[in-house]
Design a protein around this ligand. Structure first.
Ligand SMILES: [Zn+2]
Length: 253
């Protein structure tokens, strides 16, 4: 029988190793080891849809979605440790195939979102909002919003889990008014700064929606993006900012 597998280049292997951040995405094991002052690879390039499927595997996976029509496409392979590779291949099961499929699909989408970071910037004034949210005497400044005025319920669909929706609601109730006042202050110094920031949030939101329309995914992608753009100053404050823009309609519009 002919072997459809191809050899992956060193650079391709490097990309696959980076994609899983150097750890087996199934068991967490480190994918390199040091010996005699040398770093050695201890991972294998595993095909998600098999390179040389046996007849029973073709039947088993006949109705399953594929990541690429070409089994040797980078989208259909993943770096894993030898043990997890063996477990996956013998015997093949639909459940494991679906798990690996989802895992790799998320890695592909995450990489696509991250690659947009270079193009989608945010004005540095957003950092000022984060700092104000971390002030010591914040409590005395808070004027809670009424639960009746919340917009997240109308905008959320079943891809936004209840726990995240509740957390967004609490952030809007507690901080919307306070954050609004900070933006007014910013606009006094630089007119139209808020509009610029809102347009940047809207722009990155739209980019995320191109990649994955799941609201939980998009919410987390926005939080991660603002967090990275502000040097990981305060992730919680980034959640508050995203909640603000959900209420203000730029996000989940
Ligand atoms: Zn493993």
């Amino acid at each position: 029988m002919q072997d459809n597998r191809r050899d992956f280049t060193e650079n391709e292997k490097m990309l696959l190793h980076t994609e899983v951040k150097g750890r087996c995405p199934l068991c967490g094991d480190i994918l390199t080891h040091a010996k005699n002052n040398k770093i050695n690879k201890t991972f294998e390039v595993a095909h998600i849809y098999p390179a040389n499927p046996r007849h029973d595997e073709v039947v088993l996976l006949a109705n399953e979605e594929r990541l690429s029509a070409d089994v040797n496409d980078m989208k259909n392979v993943i770096a894993v440790c030898r043990k997890c590779h063996r477990i996956f291949d013998t015997p093949r099961t639909v459940e494991e195939y679906r798990k690996w499929f989802r895992l790799k699909k998320k890695l592909i989408q995450d990489a696509e979102v991250k690659s947009a970071y270079a193009v989608f910037n945010i004005e540095h004034e957003i950092r000022f909002v984060l700092e104000r949210l971390n002030e010591q005497f914040l409590e005395s400044e808070i004027v809670p919003l009424s639960y009746n005025s919340l917009k997240v319920d109308q905008k959320a669909n079943n891809t936004l889990p209840y726990v995240i929706k509740q957390s967004i609601k609490r952030d809007v109730v507690d901080y919307f008014d306070y954050v609004r006042r900070i933006f007014i202050e910013i606009d006094k110094n630089t007119p139209y700064k808020f509009d610029t920031l809102a347009a940047q949030i809207k722009g990155f939101y739209s980019k995320c929606m191109q990649i994955n329309q799941n609201q939980e995914y998009v919410y987390n992608a926005l939080v991660d993006w603002i967090n990275e753009k502000t040097d990981s100053y305060s992730r919680k404050s980034c959640e508050i900012i995203v909640a603000y823009f959900i209420q203000d309609c730029e996000v989940f519009s």
